[in-house]
Design a protein around this ligand. Structure first.
Ligand SMILES: [Fe+2]
Length: 376
């Protein structure tokens, strides 16, 4: 009995085809009466083969149109909470960064190392990133220039981060995201300035996730709505932006990885040790900030979205949490508030802030151990 998958494969003993020509079979088939349309690589050879295999006259086999495998529905493979302290790139000493260090913050960097290995396995078409440090006042912006390069400097830590960046942008996906976001009623723009200086938040997270820069990216700005409107309005915008992003990924057939470039608790020390990588001086800002971070991480791990939503305003207020900018909410929405257990790769302080590196693996994610608290 031949293996038969309508329109894709035909014949256990014969060739198995995935692309080529559509052949309509109007004669009787020896193997199966089910296969009336098959796909073969070459029209004339296919007719001969099918005629012989099925003991029918070639004239009963009609070649129709050239068949091309339709683009698969795109999907999000995984999402990463990917904080962006420039200290991590500084500690890595990559050739792109001018300041040099003696290392430091190893636990966080090892967490990122595990993410890199995972991304190498996933082989995504694109990494999308939402960064709090690309702040836009009028609407949500998408990088819209195919190649961007230049020098990016952290305005607060210029002695740690002066990075020569070079990136390939998935402009077609930017177009699709903008279109879907507009359909959600959001104000959007494409960033088309070829000399645009990409912010350090975008660059740090992308470098730590993929230092080879061999995967196209799509940067998304943080519309400043959290600072101008109410918390609910601002996070609602991010939920819509996440939904639009997911639809655009599906429509364009992309296999995508998402990165939310957010630190959790964000109160930090005002004085820096000398050298900055003196790890004997590094610790979380306060025990309260640590407790808040642990609670939020647990909610994220277990997908307790109702509780997460309830706690978010207080978490932001008490710890100046950087998730206020919406990157995390954008990603969770794009992931459709996943009902899988998130993996905590690392947690650690940087000048007192709380940084969690987390992963939602939508391909291999295991069900949550506890009941999710429902969706936002
Ligand atoms: Fe930041």
């Amino acid at each position: 009995m031949p293996s038969h998958r309508h329109g894709l494969r035909f014949g256990l003993t014969g060739p198995v085809f995935t692309t080529g020509h559509v052949v309509s079979i109007i004669g009787p088939l020896r193997f199966s009466s089910l296969a009336q349309i098959v796909v073969v690589p070459d029209g004339s050879k296919a007719r001969a083969w099918l005629a012989e295999e099925n003991s029918v006259d070639r004239s009963s086999l009609l070649t129709t149109t050239k068949w091309e495998k339709p683009p698969g529905r795109g999907e999000i493979l995984a999402g990463f909470l990917a904080p962006h302290p420039p200290h991590l790139v500084y500690a890595e000493n990559p050739p792109q960064n001018r300041p040099k260090s003696q290392g430091g913050w190893d636990t966080l960097r090892q967490g990122y190392q595990r993410c890199r290995e995972k991304i190498k396995v996933l082989k995504p078409d694109v990494i999308l990133i939402h960064s709090p440090h690309w702040q836009t006042v009028v609407g949500h912006h998408f990088l819209g220039v195919p190649k961007l390069s230049g020098l990016s400097v952290d305005p607060i830590f210029p002695h740690l981060f002066q990075y020569q960046f070079e990136m390939t942008v998935d402009v077609a996906l930017a177009d699709a995201c903008a279109e879907e976001a507009m359909a959600e009623g959001l104000l959007v723009q494409k960033m088309t300035n070829p000399n645009f200086r990409v912010d350090y938040g975008t660059i740090v997270s992308l470098h730590m996730l993929n230092p080879d820069w061999d995967i196209p990216v799509l940067g998304i700005s943080a519309h400043n709505s959290p600072y101008y409107f109410s918390h609910d309005d601002a996070q609602d915008q991010m939920i819509k932006l996440g939904q639009a992003t997911r639809k655009a990924i599906e429509k364009t057939g992309r296999r995508a990885v998402l990165a939310a470039s957010n630190t959790l608790s964000h109160l930090h020390f005002e004085r820096e040790p000398d050298p900055p990588e003196d790890m004997s001086q590094e610790h979380i800002y306060s025990p309260q900030q640590y407790q808040w971070d642990m609670m939020i991480i647990r909610l994220l791990q277990q997908g307790r979205w109702d509780e997460f939503q309830r706690m978010l305003p207080e978490f932001i207020e008490k710890t100046a949490a950087e998730v206020k900018a919406g990157s995390l909410m954008w990603m969770l929405s794009a992931l459709d508030f996943p009902t899988i257990e998130a993996h905590l790769h690392a947690y650690g302080p940087v000048i007192g802030t709380g940084n969690a590196i987390m992963e939602w693996d939508l391909q291999a994610g295991c069900p949550q151990k506890t009941e999710p608290g429902g969706r936002l």
